[in-house]
Design a protein around this ligand. Structure first.
Ligand SMILES: Cc1ncc(COP(=O)(O)O)c(C=O)c1O
Length: 448
């Protein structure tokens, strides 16, 4: 097996552990944040909390370490990638905050860098911090640019939880108690190639918004032929096309942008999660002149205090460079993962219903939400952190970082097989026979 071409391997032994007082952390979480998050966090860490991290590994307060194949897709470059940390540190010691009245060179450089990274077909950039920030601004600009209101999204979509983004998110789980949404959205069946043609004929449409791979919906890859037809039909009807690649872009699934690589006629690509190198929060809308026109006419139409924050923007060039350096390694990891997950599914047919996804975004769909919850807890106990899927509770999501070695990947799959075996045999520590159908608590290991 080949060695990892980054400085992580030698540094691993130096991982610090801060020895936090875990009981006090849980008490504060319970009292001032969320009792449920305290509970799920305590399940996942078996009473310990996270204290430090480097590369693909996290150190817990009890001294244990865990491989991180989760972190909701943020840590594509692992934790504390040295080049990203150095860039952010330099900015921290120079000018971390912007005056917002003087021109800021860091945001300008990051925007030029990102537009160039995506091939310069989409020249305009708006920076946010979270994914939902740029979903909101995309919908707002599409409506203003077209003078239309309706938005088409996809069944199973996840675009965030702020009110505007929530209208596009499909799962009713996150809308409970909220009557009505601020955006007029129609959700389409991804098997229905005629859906966009029909909807645009029925009433004017401002935008079509889709994720090429629906991460929170179990790493579901949308059919490329349907996306091609939808995009062409939307463009023909004068609607703007938005690819939300906040989770699946930036080489997570092999390409810088899946939509651009496929030659889809998109007007905007949304990026986030690993865009700040796994060190700082950063998201971006990268779009055409037409899309951006309302904001070009009035930059205060949509602005936020921390938009284009220098500390976040400083990370971007270093993050993209590191991602590109590791992309060939990522392709090798992806091929290994393909084969390994196929073997796991064949070994445990009584527990695994399907394996989905592509690249380093994979979903192992289990026979029940309870089985998935049990696998998550078993894995955390064994030293592998993975993420649940917010919209598909039966699926366990694997998000290995580009910085893990082939040995790390093999070890992760070995731990997965162990957890699947425990669930299949009913010997799991979280409750025997969990594979038998039943409903687990919605978020078994601390999902936000
Ligand atoms: C495709 C996609 N879009 C948008 C979002 C929302 O991002 P955030 O949670 O950073 O607001 C997510 C989050 O998982 C996502 O996967």
């Amino acid at each position: 097996m080949n060695a990892l071409p980054t400085p992580f391997a030698p540094a691993r032994a130096e991982v610090a552990h801060a020895g936090a007082d875990a009981a006090e952390v849980f008490d504060r979480l319970r009292r001032h944040l969320s009792p449920k998050l305290a509970l799920t966090g305590s399940f996942a860490g078996r009473g310990a909390v996270e204290t430090a991290a480097l590369g693909p590994r996290v150190t817990l307060s009890d001294g244990r370490t865990a491989l991180d194949f989760g972190s909701y897709a943020v840590t594509l470059l692992g934790h504390r990638h040295p080049a990203v940390v150095a860039a952010v540190r330099q900015q921290l010691e120079t000018m971390p905050a912007a005056t917002r009245s003087l021109a800021n060179p860091v945001a300008a450089q990051a925007a030029a860098c990102l537009a160039g990274y995506l091939g310069d077909r989409l020249p305009k950039v708006y920076f946010g911090l979270n994914g939902a920030d740029v979903v909101e601004v995309a919908v707002k600009l599409a409506r203003l640019a077209t003078g239309r209101d309706r938005v088409l999204a996809v069944n199973g979509a996840f675009h965030g939880k702020s009110l505007g983004a929530l209208a596009l998110t499909h799962s009713p789980l996150y809308r409970a108690g909220l009557r009505g949404c601020t955006v007029d959205v129609v959700h389409l069946d991804p098997q229905d190639g005629d859906a966009v043609r029909r909807e645009t004929a029925a009433a004017p449409v401002a935008a079509l918004v889709f994720e090429p791979v629906q991460g929170e919906n179990g790493a579901l890859v949308l059919p490329p032929d349907v996306l091609r037809t939808w995009c062409a039909d939307a463009a023909a009807a004068g609607a703007l096309v938005v690819a939300d690649e906040i989770q699946c872009g930036l080489r997570r699934c092999g390409e810088r942008s899946l939509a651009l690589a496929a030659g889809l006629p998109v007007d905007a690509v949304l990026l986030g999660k690993p865009l700040g190198g796994g060190v700082v929060p950063l998201s971006a809308l990268v779009c055409s002149e037409r899309f951006y026109a309302p904001l070009a006419a009035d930059p205060f139409l949509h602005s936020a205090t921390f938009g284009g924050h220098p500390l976040s923007c400083a990370a971007l060039p270093a993050a993209l460079e590191a991602i590109e350096e590791l992309a060939p390694h990522g392709r090798r990891l992806s091929a290994l993962l393909d084969a390994a997950l196929e073997r796991s599914a064949a070994r445990f047919p009584q527990v695994v219903r399907a394996v989905r996804g592509t690249g380093l975004l994979r979903g192992v769909d289990l026979v029940s939400a309870r089985a998935a919850g049990t696998v998550l807890v078993e894995l955390a106990a064994a030293g592998l952190l993975v993420s649940p899927c917010l919209s598909r509770p039966t699926t366990v999501r694997l998000l290995p970082p580009l910085v893990c070695t082939e040995e790390d990947l093999a070890h992760g799959v070995e731990l997965l097989d162990g957890a699947l075996a425990a669930v299949a045999l009913g010997t799991d520590t979280a409750g025997a026979g969990a594979a038998r159908a039943g409903t687990a608590p919605r978020h078994a290991t601390g999902a936000p």
